[in-house]
Design a binder for this molecule. Sequence first.
Ligand code: GLU
Length: 547
Amino acid sequence: MDYQALANLLFPNVSDTPETLEEKYPLRNVPEGAVITRMAPSPTGFVHLGNLVQGLTSERMAHQSGGVLFLRVEDTDAKREVPGAVEVLINTLKHYGIQFDEGATIDGDAGLYGPYRQRQRAAIYHVYAKKLVSEGQAYPCFCTEEELGAMREKQEANKETTGYYGDYAIWRDRSMEDIQAQLDAGNPWVLRFRSTGSIENQFKFDDLVKGKLTITENNVDHVLLKSDGIPTYHFAHAVDDHLMRTTHVVRGDEWLPTLPFHIQLFKALGFKLPKYVHIGPLMKMDGTSKRKLSKRKDPELALTFYKAEGFPVAAVYEYIMTLLNSNYEDWRRANPTAPATDFAFSPKKLNPAGNLFDYAKLTDVSKNVIAMMDAESVYDLLLEWAKEFDPDFGAKLEADPAYAKAILAIGRGGKKPRKDMAVWTEAKPYMGFFYDEYLQIPVFDEKFSAETVKAALGKFLEKFDISDDSGVWFDKVKAITEELGFTTDMKAYKADPTAFPGTVADVSTFIRQATTGKTNSPDLYTVMQILGYDRTVARIKAVLESL
Ligand code: GLU
């Protein structure tokens, strides 16, 4: 067979050569040891936690080593693509703060190694397809869906491995005349790899996460180009990661079964094999057993979920770091205010079996992250969230930023900052009472008569002076307690609760409920300082009148 003639027949319009492409996309000028890596998601419209895990791993590996992170859009599967998915993908990754140095952007490509959208790279793949054909390493296959289906059925009936290999690879060694006849008839064809591997052979392979693997050679003549001339993932992976000069491929371990083929393909193309970082799946507990997070069953897999729930990006980031590197939490305890990027991330610390996703833990991490923020940052992030998900609340926050920031500053900045919120959805329940429209009517403990509550509130109003410091303020509350015959001696009360109608805590609760509508609130003295004299008095008076 004249393979060069076959190559010319199949790819008459390819004029570029591998050599010109090598020149066009030269080795990158980066320091020794720098990691060049990429995110290569498919635009399905669904961006998930797994994307973020992979993205953060790649981002850390690249930027920690002085390397490059780029975004490549793997849009070869036009059937799966939904309109606007590329924008959703790019915007979501941007929202989560993954900083790409080059690649696909909303406004097109940025960088010298593009195009970064695979459908725009058809001509490049064809250069290498032609080269493989000319060397006898690839061939056209004209099998119809029906023929392939029948083959599969036969293999299943014989309990054989399914696939296009060995004697089943019926177009592997066909004559030029047969091929020409099919082409003349206008029949569609795919390009297949001519595998020289044998399942009898095994070799060792080192994955940066999985460790030493024993790999069995691939013997299947996998498809390289589909009938529309668009490559499969495998072929595009080899060509793109070679020409974009990727040094490390970080991806989900669902690609491990085809790794033998990828290794074979790099070799056949004469490409240097990159290092592989295969990340295990995210799992969750379902009853007493673990299972992979599923798009269908688990809303928490989608990144939009975290945005709507109101998790700050920094909290999701922080949580993923704790998942990926087991020593991250200790580091964080020792460095509570350092940027996460100071941490020495290592792909070797990833759990090869994957990670258990724990919502409660994420919430806990988020509480800490929000507690460490200053009021200004909390305000900005909360406002951004509220504008999209609770516009009425957003408008209130925006109408008086100084007021909102004073509220959000309560309990911040000290050694033990308050941990009131894990998500922005909790902000309104926590601080809504500061806005008159959200103030709720208090329901007092039935243990106390309306007369008692009224007496306490009336006395408070008589004594209340906004210029008191917190010590004097509380002395007044204690004085009211005594006047009502309640006690300020909590020990004595505990020893014999029947001896007193109530305590200073009950009196404080009356005043707190009248002021905030709730039995729980941040420090009441501070609350009154922020509300101011008139509003505090008006609120207490309104409650008095309703009793
Ligand atoms: N498009 C592939 C995916 O979304 C990319 C895998 C890779 O990173 O190579 O799974």
